[in-house]
Structures are given as C-alpha cells and as structure tokens.
Design a protein around this ligand. Structure first.
Ligand code: BV8
Length: 247
C-alpha cells in the first residue's frame, strides 16, 4: 500500500491522534474477529446471542465457557504489528489516545499508555447483579471470595451501558484530536461506531484502515483498504520522517 503525499503530510503534521480500534487489529494476533467468530469453532457461539445479561442469567455455564476460551486465547496472543505501531506512534506525538472496542488488553501490552476500553476487559471479573436469579446449576462457576456472589466477565454486553465516563472521554478525544483513525472495525456496534462522526462534524480528518468497506467508508476523508498490520507501520514510518512534535 503506497501512502500518498497528502496523507504523508497529514500524519507528519499531526500532534494529537485519536484511534478507534476493533477486532481487526487483534486478528493478526490470532484473536478471531466477531465476523469470523461466527464461522468454524465459534459457529455454536453467536456473539450477539451470548454477549447479553439475559444469556448469562439463562445459561451462565455456556457463557463462561465462551469467555474462558477467549480469555485463554487473549493471554496466549502477542500484540500485532498494528498494536505495536500505535504504541510507537505515541512516542512521536503530544498524545495518542486509543479508544478500543476490544477487551483483550493487547494495546496496553504493546505499550500504549492512553487506552480507553469502551467495552471493558476480558481479564477482569465483576459481581453479576441482576433482578433475574440465574439458573440453579452454578457449581464450579467463579464466585466473589468476599460475598460468594456469582462473578461475570467485566465486559459490556449488548443492551448494557458503557463504563461510566468512558464514552465521554472517548468523545472528548475525538473532538480534541487533530487526526482521527478508525482501524479494524466493521463500524456496526453503537455507540462506538458513531465516535468518528464527532471528528467529521468538526472537520477533523478521519482515516479508515480496514479490510473491507464499512458504513464509515463513504464519509471518511481517507480510506486505506487492507491489513492494519501492514498499513499502520507504514503510516508511523511516514509520521516519523517528519519533525518530532511531542511536548
Ligand atoms: C447500548 C464486549 C444502551 C463483549 C461488545 C439497532 C440500531 C443501533 C444500535 C442498536 C440497535 N439495537 C441494539 C443496539 C445497540 C447495540 C448495538 O449496537 N447493536 C448492534 C449489533 C446493532 N449496542 C449496545 O447494546 C451497546 N449498549 O447501546 O446500551 C443503553 C443505554 C442506556 C442504558 C442501558 C443501555 C453495547 C455494545 C457493546 C457490546 N459488547 N463487546 C465481548 O467482547 O464479548 S461488542 C463487540 O462486537 C466488540 O466490542 C465490537 O464492538 C463489536 C465487533 O465489532 P468489531 O470490533 O468491528 O469486529 P468485527 O468482527 O465486527 O469487524 C472486524 C473488522 O475488521 C471487519 O470489518 C474486518 O474486515 C476487519 N479486519 C479483520 N482483520 C483485519 C481487518 N482490518 C484490517 N486488518 C486486518 N488484519
């Protein structure tokens, strides 16, 4: 993928970068994306059906089986060239805020220090609070050591509110950046998918890097169709070939 002159100048002049990421940046780490997740081993686990509080109340064992498998996968995974490129870019900038939909913690492991986890983190648990008493058969499922309450993964399920402040902080990053990227996301899940519009409404340039077109593609200023792990390192190389701007 050749980075054209205009885009080179854009990344060289950027000082404050906000990046929305999705499962596509972890795909090259071996973590299946949600679109692929519906094929192969995952076909019996439909994310939209399982990643809900109702599914957990109905069948906590099946939901825990899905998350335990994904948690192990995330633990075994290594940050991809895309994760690493964003961590490197941060060293050249005044700030680089990674707003991620992913729950695998790989941005932090790659060295990004300013990460907003819109949908939580699969490596953390929290107490399951619901008015509907979960199914009876709870033997062997994770429980809170203090209260004995049933635990659930500390992620945001469909129909649940995003973590307090995360959405506001993400919007603020999109509004105060001088360059926004959307990388490796199908841009379908709300409210995350609408975050780049905060930048577009303020004439802040938006660059989309994705394997396939998405609802953002028609309105993005730059569309680089391809692998995040190839394109992001090239962008960071181009950014580095400009003067240092941090501080
Ligand atoms: C909420 C955590 C309200 C859990 C996740 C109708 C219309 C609009 C909205 C709705 C609607 N009906 C319901 C809603 C709301 C709903 C929603 O958006 N539904 C969608 C399906 C329409 N949203 C919610 O429920 C949210 N909450 O709205 O609350 C509310 C308000 C007040 C009070 C109470 C409630 C919560 C949504 C969060 C759900 N949790 N994850 C877990 O991980 O298990 S979502 C999960 O799926 C991810 O976090 C992510 O957000 C989404 C998957 O998207 P992607 O990351 O983009 O992954 P995907 O596989 O789809 O795409 C990957 C892309 O990468 C592809 O395009 C592929 O081509 C590309 N790619 C692959 N490899 C590469 C690559 N690109 C480049 N390089 C590569 N190597």
């Amino acid at each position: 993928m050749r980075i054209d002159e205009g885009l080179q100048r854009l990344v060289q002049g950027a000082a404050r970068v906000a990046v929305l990421t999705g499962a596509g940046v972890s795909a090259e780490s071996g973590v299946p994306t949600f679109r692929e997740a519906r094929s192969g081993f995952w076909e019996r686990f439909d994310p939209e059906e399982l990643a809900t509080p109702e599914a957990f109340a109905r069948n906590p064992r099946k939901v825990w089986a899905w998350y335990t498998q994904r948690r192990e996968q995330a633990r075994r995974a290594e940050p991809s060239p895309a994760h690493r490129a964003l961590a490197q870019w941060e060293q050249l900038l005044e700030w680089c805020c990674v707003v991620t939909q992913n729950v695998d913690g790989l941005h932090q492991r790659a060295g990004s220090s300013h990460v907003i986890e819109l949908h939580g983190n699969i490596h953390r648990d929290r107490r399951f609070e619901a008015d509907t008493a979960p199914a009876e058969d709870l033997d062997g499922l994770p429980r809170c050591p203090e209260t004995g309450a049933l635990l659930r993964p500390d992620v945001v399920w469909f129909g649940e509110r995003l973590p307090e402040g995360a959405l506001e902080a993400a919007k603020e990053a999109m509004r105060s950046a001088d360059l926004v990227l959307s990388v490796g996301t199908s841009a379908l899940v709300q409210p995350a998918a609408s975050l780049p519009l905060e930048a577009l409404e303020r004439d802040i340039p938006v660059v989309e890097i994705n394997r396939e077109p998405t609802p953002l593609t028609p309105v993005a200023d730059w569309v680089l169709q391809g692998e995040a792990g190839e394109i992001l390192p090239q962008l960071v190389t181009a950014a580095g070939s400009g003067a240092k701007r941090a501080g």
